[in-house]
Design a protein around this ligand. Sequence first.
Ligand SMILES: CC(C)(COP(=O)(O)OP(=O)(O)OC[C@H]1O[C@@H](n2cnc3c(N)ncnc32)[C@H](O)[C@@H]1OP(=O)(O)O)[C@@H](O)C(=O)NCCC(=O)NCCS
Length: 136
Amino acid sequence: MNIEDYTLITRHTVMASDLNMHNNLYGGILLNWLDEAGYIFAVETCKFSNLVTVALNNVAFKSPVKLGDIIEIYAKLNKIGRTSISIKLFAQNISVCHNCQPRPIIDCDIVFVRVDKKGKPQLIKKTKEKNYECQC
Ligand SMILES: CC(C)(COP(=O)(O)OP(=O)(O)OC[C@H]1O[C@@H](n2cnc3c(N)ncnc32)[C@H](O)[C@@H]1OP(=O)(O)O)[C@@H](O)C(=O)NCCC(=O)NCCS
């Protein structure tokens, strides 16, 4: 994994309300942040927003995150299929407890599917002007 291939999408400060009973960041909160960052990257890449998350793969939490830590979420395009966009996500933790040296916390894949008004998969078409068809 080379972070230089990725784009920084979001940053979050870990608040008291984000912690579990062990005083670590609750995993579900991080999944929420990953889903949001993936969605932002997908919309910016494809130029449409009618996307639903179909899969979040290879999720493993590598080290605990504590109150006041700063989480950075990076994304990189993996591939665009017929109806789906697959994105690589990477998150790192900046903590004063570790002299603010970034520590990797997750490295996973997220897949979104473009859907029509009935929620069925819709083709992702390329155009000459914008690369991908805009729905606006
Ligand atoms: C997303 C959804 C519309 C896909 O419908 P489907 O009938 O399963 O569609 P398909 O089997 O044709 O798959 C559509 C695309 O998703 C991809 N896909 C489906 N399941 C996948 C998985 N588990 N991992 C990776 N890609 C997956 C397929 O490869 C296909 O990609 P392609 O068209 O680029 O080749 C449907 O599963 C759905 O509505 N899911 C709920 C979405 C949702 O509510 N998400 C919010 C979180 S609850």
